[in-house]
Design a binder for this molecule. Structure first.
Ligand code: XMP
Length: 510
């Protein structure tokens, strides 16, 4: 494996993913993890990530100097290079010119294995203010840019490498090959990290841990819980019981689909809890978005807890936690991972539920979870579905939630999804859905005057849900969606398209 020391860069997770795309297992650890602890993990190489700090700041994050004595190759990226140079006796200073964006790299030392198979001139992407002004002993220059005489450096004897630019981002088009050279040629890692290998190993581990005990899993129908369910079912069969709660706030045909796929196709033990009446009763008269969310969160826990009691004694509770949720983020400057987490952990289960947790996806990224799901035979429709909020349609049905409004919203939403899929746009965007606005306006249909509600169509693109932009859909697609909604959905006579980015808007309306 390759260990990535996280100095707080927004790209640390991208580095980890790029390494895994080379079919080499990578793991992120804090920058100050003691060298002895790193050695226990038996890495073939280390990567020092970038970070927002300057090495000469008081309190700048520095690694255990022992990492340079482990006798394994090290690649420092941006701040990682500077921190390596700083620790080994070089000098780093604030640059006169900050270097951001595209640059042209000139490879001067052609024998450097990091650039094997790559051309002499390469487009690279920079984002740094500080620069290296003196190399530590034993280092030589490998490549330069107009602004940096030390854009890439090497200590050939010790196999230490440093890059001032970011090979992990897409704006460094051949960066993957640079990282591949590091992990394969320099560190000598084989290509063992494949989903097929992972699947076999995960099944063995789950069987060993679970033995003959029972496992419960809360199935939402989203990508993560679905893949976790399929994996556990493959490993322990009927010892797994999936609990699916219908909160009455699901999309059209959602509950039926889950029962079809998991109950009938996979033949899992599926405990279906229809609590829609309870949720709707508790939401009656409530219009404040935060109160709606709280009521839904609390009610879910209550219903789920009761469902687990009904399911009978079980030792384990499985969850589809992913790697980005468990990485201990470095508390220095602008690490977006930390923020995403707080948002998504809303609605965790209370500690009093005495289960041992099983989290079979906790070392995987989302794209790996999808590939694992493919290997397990889950339909594309589940693996590539858009994120859907826990509070469901309640946050898309503005104001008071009623059964009538939900039904109208479901029909409008189903049309949006159908037309997005039919036109091939569904897979190109982050989320697409309808929102029901309890605003009535006057219209005319046939020869009749109407006075009905409004549907807003929201379609956004995003990398991680933290920021988003509205998607410039073709007019003819928008036209089809609008015509179909006003023709087919009773109760809506007007359709508007949301052209707000995030920020300042959020993706959901409540
Ligand atoms: P916002 O509306 O905050 O949403 O821009 C960002 C992303 O998170 C999803 N979302 C949620 N997901 N529980 C969830 O699991 C929630 O309470 C929740 N609220 C919003 C939203 O769909 C978008 O992808």
């Amino acid at each position: 494996r390759i260990l990535i020391l996280d100095f707080g860069s927004q790209y640390t997770q991208v580095i980890a993913r790029r390494v895994r795309e080379c079919e080499v297992y990578s793991q992120i650890v804090r920058f100050d993890t003691p060298a002895a602890r790193l050695a226990e993990l038996r890495p073939r190489g280390l990567i020092l990530s970038g970070g927002p700090a300057s090495v000469y700041d008081p309190g700048a994050p520095l690694p255990d100097p022992g990492i340079f004595e482990l006798g394994i190759p090290i690649l420092g990226i941006c701040y990682g290079l500077q921190v390596m140079a700083h620790c080994l006796g070089g000098r780093v200073e604030p640059g006169q010119r900050r270097e951001y964006g595209k640059g042209m790299l000139e490879v001067r030392r052609r024998e450097c294995p990091l650039f094997r198979g790559l051309p002499k001139r390469l487009q690279v992407w920079n984002s740094h203010g500080d620069r290296l002004t003196r190399l530590p002993r034993g280092f030589v220059v490998v490549a330069t840019t107009d602004n940096s005489p030390y854009a890439a450096v090497e200590h050939p004897g010790r196999q230490f490498y440093g890059l001032q630019f970011h090979p992990e981002v897409v704006h460094t088009p051949r960066g993957r090959e640079i990282l591949s050279n590091f992990v394969h040629r320099i560190c000598g890692c084989g290509r063992a990290w494949t989903m097929r290998n992972y699947l076999e190993q995960a099944i063995c581990e789950i069987r060993e841990r679970v033995g003959s005990e029972r496992v419960l899993l809360g199935l939402s129908g989203g990508v993560d819980s679905s893949v976790a369910a399929a994996l556990l079912h493959r490993a322990v069969g009927d010892q797994l019981t999936c609990i699916f709660v219908n909160n009455g706030l699901l999309r059209a045909r959602e509950a039926e689909r889950v029962q079809e796929v998991f109950g009938r196709h996979f033949r899992m033990r599926l405990q279906y809890e229809d609590a829609s009446a309870l949720f709707l009763r508790r939401l009656r008269g409530v219009t404040d978005p935060e109160r709606k969310r709280k009521i839904i969160g609390r009610t879910f826990i209550e219903v789920f807890e009761a469902a687990t009691r009904k399911a009978g004694p079980a030792r384990f509770l499985a969850q589809g936690t992913l790697y980005p949720d468990v990485i201990e983020s470095v508390p220095i400057g602008g690490n977006p991972a930390a923020l995403i987490k707080s948002h998504h952990n809303v609605g965790g289960l209370p500690k009093r539920m005495r289960f041992e947790l099983i989290e079979p996806l906790r070392c995987l990224f989302k794209d790996e979870v999808r590939r694992l799901g493919e290997a397990l035979g889950l339909p594309r429709e589940i693996l590539w579905r858009h994120p859907f909020p826990g509070p469901g349609l309640a946050v898309r049905c503005l104001g008071e939630v009623t059964a009538e409004k939900l039904e109208v919203l479901r029909q409008a939403d189903a049309i949006v999804l159908e037309e997005m899929k039919r036109s091939g746009w569904y897979e190109k965007v982050w989320q697409a859905f309808a929102v029901l606005l309890p605003v009535r306006s006057v219209g005319v249909q046939g020869d009749e005057r109407t006075y009905e509600w409004t549907a807003a169509v929201r379609v956004v693109e995003s990398q991680d849900g933290m920021t988003a932009d509205w998607v410039k859909l073709p007019y003819d697609l928008l036209e089809r969606i609008s015509t179909r909604i006003t023709n087919e959905v009773r109760g809506i006579n007007r359709v508007v398209f949301d052209i707000t980015s995030k920020p300042p808007g959020t993706i959901e309306w409540e």
